[in-house]
Design a protein around this ligand. Structure first.
Ligand code: FEO
Ligand code: CA
Ligand code: CA
Ligand code: CA
Length: 674
């Protein structure tokens, strides 16, 4: 166990072994029988499948076919693909207190794997609008009603709260960038799927849909925040795409990675909304944080432009002792930045409606981490003077008719504004988490996972770079105190404390919480101390992990970290094995491995019931890399592990692997981690 300390209740379980058997059959040349394709949790805990891709979550939903034969309309009533960040919103129980037996589980469905999504997997010849619509329907957010009945967790499959928010759901755009000329697009009236409303979407105040919702957040007023990450990859071009270094659109496309090929989706070939050759402003409607009211199934999601436009990872709120509210956010790409948004108004805990538009007014800051373990929040506002001595309002990239227009441009081009003011380029900022201020701990202390970076120092590699180009050899930063590794294979976690324990602080103190690594030093040919890391565990090396990504403090003060490495347990990961989830003591850094995942998956997304006795954990892309010709080549999870879901009734159909959410309870009925 790990002993309790201030603000931390201790850890009651010992590390489970690394799952080094969960290996890619093709990579290792082994037989399928050698692969252990399962979720494992410590002795004394039980895990089962709660919901997975294709499960019905609302009236009219069909059971998962197992063969991907569902239409787009079917998918629009089923749980989406590739689950990611999520949150359990409790209903009030009969005693008036938040229930731990009934709630809405709201989860992101980050992206799709077309080889598994389509029966024939085809994205080349014969690709159709029907396939585009199904892929779009499998993206977005799933809202479902979760109930514990007779001790078993089940999805209320026909709940009226069940909802899918997809790439085609009508949305409102709010905040300073709404209506700006860069936000106005060609008109699209989508009429070919029943779940989609029509309307004029050309004035920059409304749009269709959300994509690549990676990590998430919530607000203290009970709404959900879906964050748009690799949205650029869903776009493509049927002809030339402006990537000029001198035009406004070209500079935006370069800086945000919009290209003719995208990430291989074919949406733009059948749905011109995604064709940046003919509709070049559509990408500007993505890269935002989307606020959703889960308890109102008719509510229109709102893109909150005041929070900036980048490749959003999570959005972690803090309400400080003064009632001021801030959201802490990472931009997940190599050499990108960490941001915070401070609301102009205060949180009103007694009137939910009073907080409705709190995210539309405030100040967006970007972080600079200085070598003396002090940092500064740099305001991204028209008057801020950049590194070049020029105020943002006089910088040609942001000039406008008024400061209101300058601010709109700063927000649409957030990355470029952060470049201009000299923020610190980080090793891929992923999730942020705020330590609860309980039991003797009172600091505003935020943690952020920095998952990896091979584009710092002199290491030749491809990827994002200082100048926005993706070519190898582009400009790149050297190492610095906050990002000390030239080739950061295993990642690290940084944390900071706001000056004066207030979210309005413009300075903070920081340190590196942990450098991840492999004690057994898979990277034998490289400097060993750089790759071993400094994880504290007993016995030493028993909780090694790398590529920290998901990060979350539970309400009791335990820190949980999830990983997103290559899921094959090969190469640099041969000792660390499958992706996993660990629990950490924020005071001492001591860690224990709690969960290991199935073959080829990433572990991402975590939430619990208010009593702390039920934990939900996301398993994304089991069997990654399998092809349409052999969709079960690398994984048959979850049906390879269980025959029925956690409700004890729903059969897990044989067939292709499914991303899904696992529900975990402690056999003695205690709090998870205790
Ligand atoms: Fe979708 Fe940054 O991980
Ligand atoms: Ca992530
Ligand atoms: Ca990830
Ligand atoms: Ca992944």
């Amino acid at each position: 166990p790990v002993a309790a300390g201030p603000g931390f209740p201790g850890i009651g379980f010992e590390s489970i072994p690394a799952e080094t058997r969960a290996r890619n059959v093709a990579v290792h040349g082994g037989s399928a029988g050698a692969v252990v394709d399962r979720v494992t949790v410590p002795t004394g805990y039980t895990a089962n499948l709660f919901v997975a891709w294709g499960d019905a979550i609302m009236p009219g939903g069909q059971p998962f076919s197992g063969t991907a034969s569902e239409s787009a309309a079917d998918q629009a009533r089923q749980y989406g693909m590739h689950t990611d960040g999520m949150h359990f919103f409790p209903f009030n129980g009969t005693d008036g207190k938040p229930s731990s037996e009934r709630g809405l589980l709201v989860a992101n469905n980050e992206y799709t794997h077309e080889d598994i999504l389509f029966t024939d997997g085809q994205v080349g010849a014969g690709y159709t609008l029907a396939k585009t619509r199904k892929s779009q329907a499998a993206h977005g957010v799933s809202v479902l009603e979760a109930r514990r009945v007779g001790g078993k967790w089940r999805v209320a499959k026909t709940s009226l709260y069940g909802r899918r928010i997809t790439s085609n759901t009508p949305m409102r755009i709010a905040g300073p960038a709404a209506g700006h000329a860069l936000m106005r697009t060609r008109e699209f009236v989508i009429t070919d799927t029943a779940s989609i409303a029509t309307g004029n979407m050309t004035d920059g105040t409304t749009c269709f849909g959300t994509v690549n919702n990676c990590a998430n957040g919530i607000t203290p007023w009970g709404t959900y925040l879906a964050c748009e990450e690799n949205w650029n990859g869903n776009f493509g071009g049927t002809g030339a795409v402006d990537t000029s270094a001198t035009t406004e659109i070209g500079k935006l496309n370069r800086r945000y990675g919009v290209s003719a090929g995208g990430f291989g989706y074919r949406w733009h070939t059948t749905d011109a909304r995604w064709d940046v050759t003919t509709n070049p402003n559509e990408p500007h409607l993505f890269g935002w944080v989307v606020e959703i009211d889960p308890f109102d199934p008719k509510s229109v999601p709102v893109k909150r432009t005041a929070l900036g436009r980048f490749k959003h990872e999570s959005a972690q709120y803090v309400v400080d002792k003064n009632g001021d509210v801030a959201l802490y956010m990472g931009d997940d790409e190599k050499n990108e930045y960490i941001y915070k948004f401070v609301c102009a108004g205060k949180f009103n805990p007694t009137n939910k409606a009073a907080n409705r538009n709190l995210l539309d007014s405030g100040t967006l800051y970007v972080a600079r981490f200085d070598g003396n373990l002090v940092g500064e929040w740099l305001a991204l506002v028209p008057g801020t003077v950049g590194k070049d001595g020029v105020a943002l309002r006089d910088n040609p990239n942001f000039m406008g008719a008024s400061d209101a227009e300058v601010l709109a441009k700063i927000l649409i081009k957030t990355r470029m504004a952060a470049d201009a003011v000299g923020a610190t380029m980080m090793d891929r900022p992923e999730w942020t988490g705020a330590r609860p201020r309980i039991n003797g701990f009172s600091e505003v202390e935020i943690y952020c996972t920095l998952t990896n970076n091979d584009r710092r120092g002199t290491t030749p590699a491809s990827g994002n770079s200082l100048d926005g180009s993706t070519a190898a050899g582009g400009a790149r930063p050297g190492v610095d105190a906050a990002n000390p590794r030239a080739d950061n294979v295993y990642g690290h976690i940084i944390r900071w404390r706001e000056a004066g324990q207030t979210v309005r602080a413009t300075t903070f103190g920081w340190d590196v919480f942990v450098q991840n690594g492999d004690t057994a030093t898979a990277k034998a040919a490289k400097p060993t101390n750089d790759y071993k890391g400094n994880i504290v565990d007993v016995p030493a090396g028993s909780a090694d992990f790398g590529a920290p990504d998901g990060l979350w403090f539970d309400p009791f003060g335990r820190l949980w970290v999830q990983t997103d490495q290559s899921g094959t347990g090969s190469g640099d990961w041969v000792n660390i094995g499958a992706n996993c989830m660990v629990c950490a003591d924020p005071n001492t850094g001591e860690m224990r491995r709690f969960l290991t995942g199935p073959n080829g998956c990433e572990v991402t997304g975590v939430t619990m019931t208010p009593d702390g006795k039920t934990l939900f954990v996301g398993v994304q892309h089991p069997g990654e890399g399998s092809t349409a010709a052999n969709p079960t080549q690398f994984s048959s999870w979850p049906q390879g592990q269980w025959s029925v879901a956690s409700d004890g009734v729903t059969p897990l159909a044989a067939g292709r692997p499914r991303s899904g959410v696992v529900v975990i309870t402690k056999d003695d009925g205690g709090v998870i981690g205790s």
